[in-house]
Design a protein around this ligand. Structure first.
Ligand SMILES: [Zn+2]
Length: 489
C-alpha cells in the first residue's frame, strides 16, 4: 500500500514537471567571472567553431563600437584581450573555435604587436583594422561591409547608444559610423560618400548628436531618448523590432553588450539595457508593453543583479480581498480589507522591483465584486492570479492556509499554492493548515493559474499580532513574492 502511494506520488511529480505550460523558467544567464569570460561564454553559446574571431581591447570601447556588423558578416564572435598579451581564457577559446583568422580592431595602443605575434604562432592569419582615431577606425570597418545605402550614426565619445543599435545594425549590415556632438568628422562624411549612403539613423538625443550634425546627414531619422535606457527602448519601438527573444545587459559598461551584440543579432534579438541593481522604468515599459517573455541575461551578478530579474517578464494579478463597505473579517481592532491591501501593495512593490508586471484588482479602499475580480484576471493576459485574505473563527483557530481550484489550470494552481504556503510557513511561523481545494469564486472562475491565500486568523491573538505589524506584513509580502518566484522556477 505504502509502496503504491510512493510510486503514485513519484509519477505525479514527473507529470507535474512536464505539465506546467504557464511556469516558464527564470531567465538564463550567460555569466563569467570577468568580461573576458563572459565574452568566451557568449562565444561558446553561439559558435561551435568559427573560422574568424574579432578581437578588441577589454577597456577601449572606442574602437569596438563599430565592430559588430563586421563580426556578424564574418559570423565571428567578438572576444576581448589585454593589450600586451592574449588573455589566457580568450586564447583557449580561439583554440576551441579552431579559428584560422583574427581581425584586430584598433591600433597598437589597443592591441600590441605581441598579441599579433602570439596569434600568428597559433597558426592564425591576422588583419588589423586601424585608424588615427575612432572615427577613422569606424570608416575603415565600414569599408569591409557591403553597400546597403543605410548607415547608423552614433555618438563616438560614449558607448551606450552605439551598443543599443548594434544587433540591428549588425543583422542588416549597416555600418555604425561615429560622430562628435557638434560637427561631423571628415572620416565619417567620407564614409557616407564611399558607401553611397542615402538614409541614416541617428542614435541618441541632441545632447549626443546635435541638429548641426543631423543637417549634414542624408535623410536622417533620429532615434533619441533622455538617457541610454530610453534610447535602447526607442530603438525597439521606432524600428518595431521583434521582442520574441531579447538580451538584457548592463548599460553601465560596454563589454558584455559589445560581445553579446553579435549573438543577439544571430538570434534576431534586441538589447535591453539595465543598471546593476534595478530595472530602469524605460526598460520596464518596453518589457510590459511588448509583453516580453524571453530574456537572456548577459553578464554576471555584478553587472545585472539577480534580485532585479527574479520575475523578469512575469505578469501577476494581485487581488486584495474585500474593500470599502465590505471590511471582511474583523478582530483585534483590525479589518481584513486594510491588512490585505497593505500586504498586496507591499507584494506589488517587491514584484515590480524584480521585473514583474502587476495588475491589482484594487489598490485603494474600493469594493470590487467577485465577478469583476475574475474578469480582470481573465482579460489581463497575466500568468497568475493571487487573492489575499485573512481568516476569522473562534479565538482558538490559527494558522495560514492556501486554496486552489481545479476548474482551470488545476495542476499549476496547486503548484503555486504549495510554493506560497511553503514560504509563508517558513517565514511567518504561523501554524501550517496546508494547501486545500475549494470553490471560492475568484479561483473557480479565474482561468489562469490562481490561488487564494488566507494569511492567518484575525480573530486569533497571535496571528492578529502579526497581521497588525508592518514588519510582519512585509514578511507576508516577501513570502508571497518568493513563493511566486519558486513557482516560476
Ligand atoms: Zn476574505
Amino acid at each position: 500500500m505504502l509502496r503504491k502511494c510512493i510510486l503514485t506520488l513519484f509519477l505525479g511529480g514527473i507529470f507535474l514537471l512536464f505539465n506546467q505550460p504557464q511556469a516558464e523558467a527564470a531567465a538564463p544567464r550567460i555569466d563569467g567571472k570577468d568580461r573576458f569570460e563572459v565574452a568566451v561564454n557568449i562565444s561558446k553559446k553561439g559558435w561551435s567553431t568559427s573560422k574568424t574571431v574579432v578581437l578588441t581591447n577589454y577597456l577601449a570601447y572606442a574602437d569596438a563600437l563599430s565592430a559588430s556588423p563586421l563580426a556578424y558578416k564574418k559570423n565571428a564572435p567578438i572576444l576581448l584581450t589585454q593589450n600586451q598579451f592574449l588573455t589566457p581564457s580568450t586564447k583557449n577559446e580561439i583554440y576551441r573555435l579552431r579559428s584560422k583568422e583574427a581581425v584586430i580592431i584598433g591600433g597598437t595602443g589597443s592591441i600590441s604587436n605581441n598579441v599579433i605575434n602570439e596569434l600568428k604562432s597559433m597558426g592564425l592569419t591576422v588583419t588589423r583594422i586601424d585608424g588615427k582615431d575612432r572615427f577613422v577606425v569606424a570608416q575603415n570597418i565600414s569599408r569591409q561591409l557591403s553597400n546597403k545605402g543605410i548607415a547608423v550614426i552614433a555618438y563616438g565619445l560614449n558607448f551606450p547608444d552605439a551598443l543599443a543599435i548594434a544587433p540591428y545594425a549588425a543583422k542588416n549590415e549597416y555600418p555604425i559610423l561615429l560622430t562628435g556632438n557638434g560637427s561631423l568628422p571628415s572620416a565619417t562624411a567620407a564614409a557616407l560618400r564611399e558607401k553611397n549612403i542615402t538614409k541614416t539613423y541617428i542614435i541618441g538625443g541632441e545632447a549626443s548628436v546635435s541638429n548641426a550634425v543631423k543637417s549634414q546627414l542624408p535623410s536622417p531619422t533620429r532615434i533619441g531618448g533622455a538617457n541610454r535606457f530610453e534610447v535602447a527602448e526607442n530603438v525597439i519601438r521606432q524600428l518595431n523590432l521583434s521582442t520574441a527573444s531579447t538580451y538584457l545587459t548592463s548599460g553601465m559598461n560596454f563589454a558584455d553588450a559589445l560581445t553579446g551584440s553579435v549573438l543577439a543579432a544571430k538570434s534576431n534579438a534586441p538589447l535591453l539595457l539595465t543598471t546593476p541593481t534595478y530595472l530602469p522604468n524605460e526598460t520596464k515599459s518596453i518589457i510590459q508593453d511588448k509583453i516580453v517573455k524571453s530574456f537572456t541575461i548577459l553578464g554576471g551578478p555584478a553587472s545585472v543583479n539577480t534580485n532585479s530579474t527574479l520575475l523578469l517578464g512575469k505578469f501577476v494579478v494581485l487581488d486584495p480581498g474585500h474593500g470599502d463597505f465590505d471590511p471582511g473579517a474583523l478582530g483585534d481592532g483590525l479589518k481584513e480589507k486594510d491588512v490585505v491591501l497593505d500586504v498586496g501593495l507591499r507584494t506589488r512593490t517587491k514584484m515590480v522591483s524584480a521585473g514583474a508586471k502587476i495588475i491589482m484588482t484594487r489598490d485603494d479602499d474600493t469594493f470590487i465584486p467577485l465577478a469583476d475580480r475574475a474578469k480582470i484576471a481573465n482579460s489581463s493576459g497575466a500568468d497568475t492570479f493571487i487573492s489575499i485574505h485573512a481568516n476569522s473563527a473562534g479565538s482558538t483557530a490559527s494558522g495560514s492556509e492556501t486554496y486552489y481550484n481545479t476548474a482551470y489550470n488545476g495542476a499549476a494552481s496547486k503548484e503555486l499554492a504549495v510554493e506560497i504556503q511553503k514560504e509563508i510557513i517558513k517565514r511567518m511561523g504561523t501554524s501550517d493548515r496546508g494547501v486545500k481545494e475549494a470553490d471560492f469564486y475568484v479561483i473557480k472562475y479565474t482561468k489562469i493559474p490562481s490561488i487564494l491565500v488566507e494569511l492567518g486568523f484575525i480573530t486569533n491573538p497571535s496571528d492578529a499580532a502579526k497581521l497588525g505589524s508592518t514588519t510582519y506584513r512585509q514578511k507576508f509580502a516577501d513570502a508571497i513574492f518568493y513563493g511566486t518566484v519558486n513557482y516560476f522556477n
